[in-house]
Design a protein around this ligand. Structure first.
Ligand code: MSP
Length: 718
């Protein structure tokens, strides 16, 4: 019996997204990259499994749900549904979508925990340390100090916990990295992880008792499993590890170990240190590779909900389409590096490369084949040096594109492909099949037209096949226009395995030309900005309005924590801005202006007559009692104080423009009132999470609101 070669398989995953915030372009970026890789692998005949999903447990989600007045289940379901709905609208080709609240995951995580304990890698101990709730991570800093990764204030947590013997894996991990140089990348991630492990690994607390929103530890249910152990396990539980279902077990055998975990660079420690250690301890093979993408920056900061500088994929899709977003992200940002997102750069790339470049080339050639040959690809006839030259360039692109793409150098791959777009365009222009010089006979001209259009159409076929994983929707349209049918079917037939010059046969009947990338008008940037602002405005208006009895989770409660807000929308109306930094943290007109920053144009009429708000409007503003723990001046900002305040249920940092009126030392211990549900805002590189209330005296001097009687921290003012 002859041995069949094992078919090639590829399992790749995105990080699973936290459900405390709605999806934004940062999340879309990782998922788009995976989608492009998965599509190329499938079109190369490789059996591919592409997993994404949501990370739904932990203190962060529990608190976000509480703030929105929802149960964690309702809250998580609503946001997980938003992620999945968006991925579907974007046409992302994931094979499975795991939610960590699903029974299939929970049962398997309990099995994994029990396996680790049974194998002697988990023990019980007690621990006091600083915990960063935002990152769901223990950090090695002094009490009250901010988290070194995200800058938020850490909490001192003292608990009896289960510990994972991470320290036992120091050597094994270093040996593993050494033996598997391809395991992690890019180089910066590799270096960072190796030096982290070399610095020494401490045992890791892998259970929590101070909250309940998690997977109970088997046999000791007052503990819940540490959210990162729970989350990382998704990569095996989704395949079927720990399942009793034979089909799931088979899938696990087939696809594990994962070929690639694609992650954001900030979570490389979890994926390159903890995850392989957990797996080694459980006797499961570690993944083959982890690749970290850089950050998508907007307004110079990492795009994130907490910074309030997000842009939504929906906005770009509505104005320019999903393919434009995919192209921009993969072409503009060298994978592994941070990259700026801007509407202007997006529109420029769209018009330059897609509308005027590829789109225009396709439309010229398809139209001319219709005009001169009734839409039927002509015989090329005898070729000249000009065709040989274009063919050589196409073959060079065919040779360069794949290796660059497979090395995740999408930007370089697209650059080489767009050289071919330019060369094909140049070839057309040089041969000008639309222009018949007087000295050329009709027969000669018809021969030139046939030769040039058939050759240009072949170049378009090659370009379209290569670009399909990145522009699936547009490539499908072009494929149809070229009379080649459905590109998805071609991909299923592994059409990239034998893609070579010369595949477009004479006699192929083109379909009617159809628009691909209509030129973006001058107002495209403005339209996208307006869409974002309108979305922010409705989010701000909905913020805090989410009692359990109100509306759908997707439209109200979840907004209270997810409320995205851009720089523009966060800017208060001019009247409320005595000084740049003071305006957002001290409210001279406490309630109205920060909660609903009115566009300047709407202000004058409203100022004439007395405006009433309803009790429901007032209820949207969450005023709470807080105590100042730390107060200090912000260097180079003479009006600004940095405060750390305690709300009883959490601590936060607030920036306040009161430095000219209050000595910081005198504020410590003072109980104040803050707006607790104001969208976060960054000032002088520091994040402000809320606003304190003060009366505004003539000349702008603030007097802080306070209490004569004793009040508990966190009490709500109604
Ligand atoms: N839940 C964890 C991951 C667990 S994986 C077992 C988590 N979630 S997250 O929602 O905060 O971020 C998930 C991923 O989103 C990041 O790792 C990154 O891939 C992506 N991004 C979120 N914001 C981003 C940018 N601004 N830029 C690029 N990617 C970003 O961490």
């Amino acid at each position: 019996m002859t041995q069949q070669p094992t078919p090639e398989r590829f399992y790749l995953t995105t990080p699973i997204y936290y459900v405390n915030a709605r999806p934004h372009l940062g999340h879309a970026y990782s998922t788009i990259v995976c989608d492009a890789i998965a599509r190329r692998k499938r079109a190369l005949g490789i059996e591919t499994w592409f997993l994404t999903g949501t990370d739904e447990h932990g203190q962060k989600i529990e608190r976000s749900a509480a703030l929105a007045g929802r149960t964690p289940e309702e809250f998580a379901s609503a946001i997980s549904g938003e992620f999945r709905g968006l991925w579907d609208r974007m046409g992302l080709s994931y094979d499975d979508y795991i939610r960590t609240t699903e029974p299939r995951h929970k049962t398997a995580v309990q099995k994994l925990f029990a396996t680790l304990r049974d194998r002697g890698f988990i023990y019980k101990g007690s621990y006091t340390g600083q915990y960063c709730v935002s990152d769901e991570a223990w950090v090695d800093v002094a009490p009250g100090a901010p988290c070194p990764d995200c800058g938020r204030i850490t909490e001192t947590v003292s608990e009896e916990n289960y510990f994972f013997k991470l320290s036992a894996f120091e050597r094994r991990l270093l040996e593993f990295y050494e033996a598997n140089p391809e395991f992690m990348g890019p180089e910066s991630t590799r270096r960072e992880v190796i030096s982290f492990v070399r610095a020494g690994l401490k045992d890791l607390s892998v259970s929590r008792t101070s909250f309940t929103w998690g997977i109970p530890v088997p046999g000791d249910e007052k503990h819940v499993v540490y959210v990162w152990l729970d989350a990382l396990a998704n990569y095996i539980t989704a395949l079927g590890w720990g399942s009793d279902d034979p089909a799931a077990q088979e899938r696990f055998r087939k696809f594990w170990p994962a070929n690639m975990h694609l992650i954001g660079k900030e979570i490389s420690r979890f994926h390159c240190v903890y995850w392989p250690a957990f797996l080694m301890a459980a006797g499961i093979e570690p993944p083959r590779s982890v690749r970290a993408n850089g950050w998508l920056l907007f307004d110079q900061g990492k795009m994130s909900k907490s910074k309030g500088n997000i842009v939504r994929a929906e906005t770009v899709m509505e104005v320019l389409g999903a393919d434009a977003l995919r192209y921009f992200l993969l072409r503009e940002i060298p994978f592994g590096q941070d990259g700026n997102f801007s509407f202007d750069a997006l529109v420029q790339r769209y018009n330059g490369d897609l509308a005027n470049g590829y789109g225009n080339l396709v439309s010229r050639v398809v139209n001319m084949v219709h005009k001169y040959f009734g839409g039927v690809v002509p015989e090329t006839g005898a070729l000249t040096a000009s065709e040989e030259d274009l063919r050589a360039k196409a073959e060079a692109t065919l040779a360069a594109f794949g290796p660059a793409f497979d090395a995740l150098d999408f930007s370089e791959a697209l650059k080489s492909l767009w050289l071919l777009v330019g060369e094909t365009d140049g070839y057309l222009t040089a041969n000008a099949p639309w222009k018949k010089p007087a000295e050329r006979s009709d027969a000669e001209h018809a021969a030139l037209q046939a030769r040039v259009l058939a050759t240009a159409a072949e170049a378009i076929r090659v370009i379209t096949a290569l670009v399909y994983p990145i522009l699936p929707e547009s490539a499908a349209k072009v494929w149809r226009q070229l009379g080649l049918g459905e590109i998805a079917d071609a991909a299923q037939q592994a059409f990239l395995t034998n893609l070579a010059w010369g595949g477009l046969k004479a006699g192929t009947q083109f379909l009617e030309p159809a628009p691909l990338f209509p030129r973006a008008e001058k107002d495209a940037t403005e339209r996208m900005q307006n869409l974002e602002e309108a979305n922010n405005k409705s989010a701000i208006e909905a913020a805090g309005g989410g009692g359990a009895d109100r509306g759908s989770a997707a439209n109200t409660g979840t907004e209270a924590v997810a409320a995205p807000i851009t720089e523009q929308a966060a800017r208060p109306a001019p009247a409320a801005a005595p000084a740049a930094e003071a305006s957002v943290s001290v409210a001279p007109a406490p309630v109205a202006s920060p909660a609903a920053p009115a566009p300047a144009a709407e202000a004058p009429a409203a100022a004439e007559e007395k405006q009433f708000i309803s009790i429901d409007d007032f209820a949207k503003v969450e005023l709470r009692v807080a105590q100042i723990l730390v107060a200090e001046r912000v260097p180079k900002a003479d009006k600004l104080l940095r405060l750390e305040v305690d709300l009883g249920y959490e601590k936060r940092q607030i920036l306040a423009g009161i430095a000219q009126y209050y000595e910081p030392e005198k504020l410590i211990g003072r109980k104040i009132v803050i707006v607790a549900n104001l969208a976060p805002r960054k000032m002088r590189g520091l994040e402000s999470n809320g606003m304190l209330l003060a009366a505004s005296l003539e000349g702008g001097a603030p007097v802080l609101a306070g209490f004569l009687e004793e009040v508990p921290l966190g009490a709500r003012l109604k």
